[in-house]
Design a protein around this ligand. Structure first.
Ligand code: SF4
Length: 226
């Protein structure tokens, strides 16, 4: 599935009658996943064990995007299951978010060697899968975990420290950058005011509040973008 094909998919999907869309979207999702599992569009295909497509509720209004699979994810085929993933699950749970209720994926679907940051050309090659996932899930809120997805999606050079906790309007989706949980693991003391863990706790509570607004009122409320 190329980038051109993705925008064609978008055009065709929205030209369908509303009652026809779920069946077509489901078929497109399966096709996107099938293509990802056999993908060799970038060099990461040569070193991966498994393609980590994503997991969770494909109809959720809340979606999380991280950087890429690590060793545990590469073994299991599931995103965010290692130490950082367990911390993410704990943070979600503490905020009242059941991990099964949201969708979680990464910018690249295959593990970069030694957990290095994915190269721009690798992210570009994989972007068709991420864009198709976002297109078909249609989240109201997109949480970007760490600098890599934040810079990739928002096309910014600003640091994650400056961007976290702020809302951005990206193609009609409310985007919230947060620290990546692997970064938070470096700070065992989470209670200290202003620490990365404390700031992440504030951020996830704001996400939860707005997700609740979406579920009850159908929209975010009282959000200042930018
Ligand atoms: S990272 Fe993405 S583009 Fe690269 S081989 Fe894996 S699925 Fe394909």
């Amino acid at each position: 599935m190329s980038v051109g094909e993705t925008s064609q998919v978008q055009t065709e999907l929205f030209s369908l009658a509303p009652e026809e869309r779920p069946g077509v979207a489901s078929a497109l999702w399966d096709e996107c996943q099938r293509r990802a599992f056999s993908c060799s569009s970038c060099p990461l295909a040569a070193t991966r064990k498994t393609v980590v497509f994503g997991e969770g509720n494909e109809r959720s209004k809340l979606m999380f995007v991280g950087e890429g699979p690590g060793a545990d994810e590469d073994e299991s085929g599931r995103p965010f299951v290692g130490r950082a993933g367990q911390l993410l699950t704990q943070i979600l749970s503490a905020a009242g978010i059941d991990r099964k209720e949201v969708y979680i994926t990464n910018v690249v679907k295959c593990r970069p060697p030694e957990n290095r940051t994915p190269l721009p050309e690798e992210m570009a090659a994989c972007d068709v899968f991420l864009q198709t996932q976002i297109l078909l899930i249609k989240p109201s809120i997109l949480v970007l975990l760490g600098a890599t997805p934040t810079k990739w999606i928002l096309k910014t050079t600003e640091s994650i420290s400056k961007l976290r906790g702020r809302w951005f309007d990206w193609r009609g989706i409310a985007v919230m950058p947060m620290f990546h949980p692997s970064y938070l693991l470096r700070f065992p003391d989470g209670k200290k005011q202003g620490s990365p863990k404390h700031l992440s706790w504030i951020d996830i509570q704001e996400v939860y509040k707005q997700w609740s607004n979406v579920k009850t009122a159908g929209r975010l409320e009282g959000v200042n973008f930018g």
